[in-house]
Design a protein. Structure first.
Length: 136
């Protein structure tokens, strides 16, 4: 249960223009600050690594009593590269290679600061890329 107390923090960043993004926090009954929502995207070239990393994040979030929706499978990106087999002749003989990028999305709501700290220290297998985005 959340009270009606809302705190807003402004993050300022300057690149070519001034951008303002507001992250909305709530105060829960225990007196902890909680974020509105957190989106975690997990990417890897192997589907098993993505599933293992998503399982670890979900177990960590459930242990911290955050509301979890996901892992939601996002479309797999397939990149195909065609090269010549021979350096000098045989233009018709080619070889194709592909790389597939598997993605999962996990949306967490009612996230505490301790969960964010534990998520930063979470050990994941090599080859897994995680991006965390706060949604107000």
């Amino acid at each position: 249960m959340q009270r009606n107390i809302r705190l807003r923090y402004a993050k300022l960043s300057c690149s070519s223009w001034l951008l303002r993004t507001y992250v909305e926090y709530f105060i829960n009954e225990e007196g902890e600050q909680t974020m509105a929502k957190l989106e975690i995207k997990i990417k890897a070239f192997e589907a098993s690594l993505v599933d293992d990393a998503a399982k670890k994040v979900v177990l960590l979030a459930k242990a911290e009593k955050a509301n979890v929706s996901g892992p939601i499978p996002l479309p797999t990106r397939k990149e195909i590269v065609t090269i010549l087999r021979s350096v000098h002749v045989n233009k018709k003989s080619r070889e194709q290679f592909e790389s597939r990028t598997h993605k999962r999305l996990i949306v967490l709501s009612n996230v505490s600061e301790t969960l964010v700290d534990k998520a930063k220290r979470l050990e994941l297998p090599a080859g897994v890329q995680i991006s965390v985005k706060s949604v107000a």
